[in-house]
Design a protein around this ligand. Structure first.
Ligand code: AMP
Length: 316
């Protein structure tokens, strides 16, 4: 499966390569990342490899999506290792531009999706974060000309905003969301996990556990949003975790679902809902979520979450 993972560094190289591939009738699968690749990125690449004739990976730590107080300078950069991993996942091209190449001065454009979607959840705590994300992804999509683009559902708000942007602007790429890849003990993989101390990492396991309990309760019975929040929050509290937010939202619009809403779980009338968490373990900000839904992709994700997070619980 070894790919050549040829590294391209300029906009022009990427654009010309894309035109050449499209002219040859190739289908391009695209996985945008900030590098420091782990098995979560690996899963996006695996799907892209399965579904396209050419796979393009981008690695760009995008300054526009970091706030002034955030970890831009500390963000892990492991390009050589990433290129090796890209090869082993059958990647054909790695687009790894510099900041000046991506944003030649003066760079005067910013892409914004309405604040109903971007100033809530993570956007409430990360100023202009999603404008930065939308700007870089639109630019990358224009350069890569992807037929299909792959994003992780771990960053559920990000995926939902980007999908809306692509729909509104009639972008021709198909947007594909991939279930969160987790460690054996359930923690959602993230490039930032390497900053966790041993005790923070074990404390953080309460996050997927809380989400798994919530999933389990929903699977059993009709429950209110309030009941599910209380269940998950008490699990988090038990572990000494304070949520920055823990919210229930509609999965397409991201609008609030009220605490009194009853979430039904029958094949014919199931309610869909996102429960999203963010919080700090020491200095490290982690996010995770679960989607209550009968759609196969969310069923798979929920069952995997249960298997990893609650199996040990039941044993002990
Ligand atoms: P990042 O490099 O963190 O910007 O992530 C690049 C892409 O990988 C995004 O679409 C993320 O949602 C996705 N991703 C990150 N972590 C995971 C994970 N644990 N499982 C699945 N996808 C992930």
């Amino acid at each position: 499966l070894q790919g050549s993972a040829e590294v391209l560094t300029t906009r022009e190289q990427m654009r010309l390569k894309s035109l050449e591939l499209i002219q040859k009738g190739q289908s391009i699968g695209f996985v945008p990342t900030m590098g420091a690749l782990h098995a979560g990125h690996g899963e996006l690449l695996r799907r892209a490899r399965q579904e396209n004739s050419v796979v393009v990976l981008s690695i760009f730590v995008n300054p526009k999506q970091f706030g002034p107080q955030e970890d831009l300078s500390k963000y892990p950069r492991t390009l050589l290792k990433d290129v090796d991993l890209a090869k082993s996942h059958g990647v054909d091209y790695v687009f790894a531009p510099t900041i000046d190449e991506m944003y030649p001065l003066p760079f005067l454009t910013q892409v914004s999706v309405n604040e109903k979607m971007t100033k809530i959840l993570c956007g409430q705590y990360r100023d202009n974060h999603f404008d930065g994300v939308c700007t870089v992804v639109l630019l990358l999509l224009n350069l890569v000309g992807a037929h299909r683009s792959y994003f992780g559902l771990k960053d559920f708000q990000q995926f939902t905003i980007l999908r809306k942007m692509c729909k509104d602007l009639a972008m021709s790429t198909e947007m594909i969301g991939i279930p969160t890849v987790r460690s054996e003990s359930g923690l959602a993989l993230s490039s930032r996990n390497q900053f966790l101390s041993e005790s923070e990492a074990s404390q953080a396991l309460a996050i997927p556990k809380a989400l798994a309990l919530l999933w389990q309760a929903y699977e059993k019975d009709a429950v209110t949003v309030r009941e599910l929040k209380t269940l998950a929050l008490s699990k988090l509290q038990e572990a000494g975790i304070k949520a920055q937010y823990f919210e229930c939202r509609e999965i397409d619009t991201l609008q609030v679902i009220e605490d009194s809403t009853v979430l039904e779980n029958h094949d014919d009338r199931s309610t869909e809902a996102l429960f999203a968490f963010a919080g700090f373990m020491g200095q490290t900000r982690l996010i995770d979520n679960v989607v209550l839904s009968h759609q196969p992709v969310y069923q798979l994700a929920g069952k995997e979450l249960m298997r990893l997070s609650l199996a040990r619980e039941i044993d002990s």
